[in-house]
Ligand binder design. Sequence first.
Ligand code: PLP
Length: 361
Amino acid sequence: MTKITPQPGIMQIKPYQGGAAHVEGVANVIKLSSNENPLGASDAAKSAFEKAAFSLHRYPSSDHLALRMALAKAHGLDASRIICGAGSDEIIAFLCQAFAGPGDEVIHTEHGFAMYRISALANGATPVEVPERERVTDVDAILAACNKRTKLVFIANPNNPTGTMICEADLARLAKNLPGQALLVIDGAYAEYVEGYDGGAALVEAHDNVVMTRTFSKLYGLGGLRVGWGYGPANVIDILNRIRGPFNLSHAALITAEAALHDTDWVDKCRAENARLRTWLAEALAGHGVISDTSLANFILARFADRAEAEACFEHLNAEGLIVRPVAGYNLPNCLRITIGDEPACRRVAHAVGAFMEGRA
Ligand SMILES: *Cc1c(COP(=O)(O)O)cnc(C)c1O
């Protein structure tokens, strides 16, 4: 009889479920379940990726200097305090591994991103879920949940799957009032969609207990490549770098991300197109009686009367080849998260939701 058992916490993990990409028996589906950029990556990024084919036999850079310098220049940051990861998921994992273990608490919000809980449990720490106020992060509730065991507080801003965000003053108040042993992590996966927003960079500069995470997976259209990064105080980044594998990013990933970063025309176009279609889709759905909070990201959280209606609409959309994301696992059983697709996709969604709602009237 073997006595092979995992570390405490691991069996409590419900494995992360990615967005579905297929519907049985339906061809030509449109995937709107993973907040991917419907326009894809920029041509400059694709060319860089092709070029990487010629150096596949070489180990990649282990210090990611070129990408960190490019990020520092683009965002006005200190390159020595940037760390790159295989997606920002890896930065989240490093943070939990470095700072949270058995007996420690990791705070996430009621409708917060699933990886915070998974990474906390993977390290034996205790995830603590804090209520939101009408699908918006509640700073007072978070502060009330803090104690001497709190090590990390994760907030996505804008949040996934709600699409809402809180202001910099609220985040500053949170940073200032956290217990001394706790780090505030501002997850800026959707920061690029918010015109003029720095993703939390100024808060990192102003406080010694704030870390920002960012990604190339959403606006830059590189979800398949796995490139994210973090920015924080020098001592925190030094700690994370000690547990980072030396070759955690491939050469292809590094040079493609750098090319994507420099193609600002493409980024601007994608951001503008997302904003235009997001407004259009939200209004079209509202016209059919399906409301949503104002989203600042690349998706809409469509709200239905109840769980049964949300599930029925999901099935209807599926049958039409439109794959959206059920979010019952995020404590939002009456909602569906719909990624903003290209214009034809948005029109199909609006039409299908309209037909579904008409059928119920
Ligand atoms: C998509 C997403 C991420 C990151 O993903 P990576 O692909 O690992 O960079 C992080 N946080 C939130 C809230 C997200 O929605």
